[in-house]
Design a protein around this ligand. Structure first.
Ligand SMILES: [Zn+2]
Length: 463
């Protein structure tokens, strides 16, 4: 969203709804972490990953120089090197599963490489069970998805995402947060999103409250198939209604709204707001879809587990450089080589991820148990459960046809707010939690349609 559109929109709002300045104040730390991102380090990462020849899920695992095994071990070593710079702050785990499937004919061990930076303890005011995950996939492919021997550099798909994950670990491990940050390098994406499923299973087994998954897949190319270079935009895909929505919840939502206010969608709005505030000449294009048309990514498995998740992808893809045998045909070069990666652009995408993670991790958890009432009344009332560690709350609303939250009012420390003279029928509403140092959570839409905790949320009414 560009500011000018935002301002025009405010001016266009009807009387009675008093426009207010968005609550979030500038956070120096977020400018600091944005300034610490270095594209050259990500160039080194992708150079190293490409040098493994192929990282196909079924490629060899014994060699130290070729194949997915060597690439995974390299990733693990990188995490260990990063951890040495923060007093061992990263715990490295290798969740795995032996998988056979339509695209994996022989039983194959699919292994994720995951680094965990625990949040402050509860005694220290933190909430280490609240988890923010950045992910990318390490496996690569050529034209034939079953070909595990040909060179498959996968520089953009998705060594670029892995490089963003590693850069996030480098930058954010130098700071401490209330929430836990997870840096996830996933395998088996091209063979059926297995790494995403293994991550979701691991998160559930750990009892993690996953507040956000930022899945970075194909994030390093700035020149689209048309040949036009655009370094100023990135797409953030989010589902509108929840994969895990029950039939009863869907019936209620169809009637009262919420089809554009899933937790993932409001996470996308949050990412958009971070770009607006902390990145120059870089805009988020919110795409109201789970993924690109007919295509998938690991965030889909997180959504199936009920976790809020978005897919981050470059603004314009070049299909000659994806899933292609390395070759030249009629003067056109095919293949996902490192020449197709724009490291300044990739650095901007990494900055967006890193600032978003730091903002989320310093803010309180989003409110739960959000309820709204106001039918046949002139006023609208929101209520929610108190959030541990929150110093206050802010109620937001917007016209039902605009993409971003436009109006807000502080509720102070109360867990209810009456918006006098603002009819429930005419707007969509939500609430955020604010920390004592003015970090704000995403906005959560009332009821099951918007709740960030979808599974076993005691505050979410059944219908
Ligand atoms: Zn991919």
């Amino acid at each position: 969203m560009r500011l000018i559109a935002f301002a025009a929109l405010l001016a266009a709002l009807p009387g009675g709804a008093l426009a207010q300045t968005p609550a979030a104040v500038e956070q120096p730390l977020l400018h600091t972490v944005v300034g610490q991102v270095e594209g050259e380090r990500m160039r080194a990462d992708i150079t190293a990953l490409v040098a493994f020849g192929t990282r196909h899920t079924m490629s060899e695992t014994v060699s130290e120089t070729r194949g997915i095994g060597a690439a995974r071990r390299w990733t693990e070593r990188e995490f260990r090197v990063i951890s040495q710079t923060c007093g061992g702050c990263l715990e490295i785990v290798l969740p795995s599963e032996t998988i056979t499937g339509p695209r994996i004919p022989a039983p194959t061990e699919v292994v994720n490489v995951v680094a965990i930076q625990r949040g402050r303890s509860a005694e220290a005011g933190g909430d280490p069970n609240r988890v923010i995950i950045i992910s990318g996939h390490i496996d690569s492919r050529v034209t034939d998805v079953m070909n595990f021997t040909a060179d498959a550099p996968g520089a953009n798909d998705d060594a670029s995402g892995v490089a963003a994950v590693l850069e996030a670990a480098r930058v954010l491990s130098q700071h401490r947060f209330d929430a836990t940050l997870v840096y996830a390098v996933l395998s088996g994406e091209e063979q059926g999103l297995f790494g995403g499923r293994i991550l979701a299973d691991y998160a559930r087994a750990q009892g993690w409250v996953v507040e956000a998954n930022l899945n970075n897949d194909i994030v390093g190319n700035s020149e689209g198939q048309s040949g036009i270079r655009d370094t100023t935009r990135v797409r953030v895909f989010s589902e509108g209604t929840k994969t895990v929505e029950t039939a009863a919840q869907a019936e209620r939502r169809r009637y009262n709204g919420g089809e554009v206010d899933s937790s993932s969608r409001n996470l996308a709005r949050y990412v958009d707001g971070i770009a607006e505030r902390y990145l120059a000449n870089f805009d988020v294009d919110m795409i109201y879809r789970t993924d690109r048309f007919g295509r998938g990514g690991d965030q889909v498995e997180m959504l199936r587990a009920g976790f809020p998740a978005v897919r981050i992808s470059e603004g314009a893809e070049n299909y000659d450089r994806q899933h292609q045998d390395l070759r030249t045909e009629n003067g056109v070069e095919y293949g996902d080589t490192i020449e197709g990666v724009d490291f300044d652009y990739l650095a901007q995408v990494a900055r967006l991820n890193i600032a978003t993670m730091a903002a989320l991790a310093n803010a309180p958890m989003v409110p739960s148990g959000v309820r709204i009432e106001g039918a046949v009344k002139p006023d609208t009332t929101l209520t929610w459960s108190a959030v541990p560690g929150a110093a206050g709350y802010r109620v937001w609303w917007r016209s039902t046809t605009v993409p971003q939250w436009t109006h807000s009012r502080s509720a102070g420390t109360a867990t209810t707010l009456v918006l006098q003279g603002i009819p429930i029928d005419d707007y969509f509403f939500g609430v955020s939690a604010i920390s004592d140092d003015d970090y704000e959570s995403p906005v959560v839409f009332p009821g099951p349609a918007g709740a960030f905790v979808s599974v076993g949320d005691p505050a979410a009414p059944a219908t």
